[in-house]
Design a protein around this ligand. Sequence first.
Ligand code: PGA
Length: 253
Amino acid sequence: MTAIKSLVAGNWKMNGLGASLEELVALRRELEARPLVEADVMVCPPATLLSRAADILAGSGIALGAQDCSPLPAGAHTGDISTEMLADAGATAIIVGHSERRIDHGETDALIDEKAQAAYRAGLTAIICVGETKTHYRAGETLDVLRGQLEGSVPEAATAETTVIAYEPVWAIGSGLTPTPEDVAEVHGFIRATLNTLLGESQSGAMRILYGGSVKPGNARALLSVANVNGALVGGASLKTSDFNGILSAYRD
Ligand code: PGA
């Protein structure tokens, strides 16, 4: 299989004021002192901080992502932000279909597919999130749920270049719980096989599949070394550079 360079992306969610940008200054300093060879690093602060974050990260190699977007390019849509605007603010990627948006805002697979296509339209990478709820997990429906989400929310035009998949069990997000490495291996293998059916082997074999849900410095090494895990989407532990850098150290000797 093609060697895939991992990606560790930090999702700040609805956290962060101007003062939090200090964390990015510190992250830049850490990565300049101890660069990562095997993984790319990305930070997804709230939209309000994107352009200031872009200034801080310019030339650092640390990528900048947004957390959501409108599927539409412009117009009378009060409060919405287009992918073109996010690109203009300095983002190179967008998280779409995070479970907090699927659940809190009723986002459907079809809408998430449109948002991913909107990311491509503006030249941005789409990080498409999938994951089962605790109810699905308990009922043994994880793989069926994931198949439906992948079929419904990954655009036909998705390529390994433009798209990253993030597997985030809803019950693991912010809970301190994680699946076992065996379960993660099974699910990531299933996602790779499903992408193969949907997109063909040349794309699926090179596409990054991230694990997300309570990734911490203490469990990062075990989770990130699982087969078909090509990095992590990190929430809570991305807010402090000391924690985030601890996770990145899984890629250091
Ligand atoms: P968490 O969040 O790391 O705080 O569990 C992960 C996510 O929702 O992306």
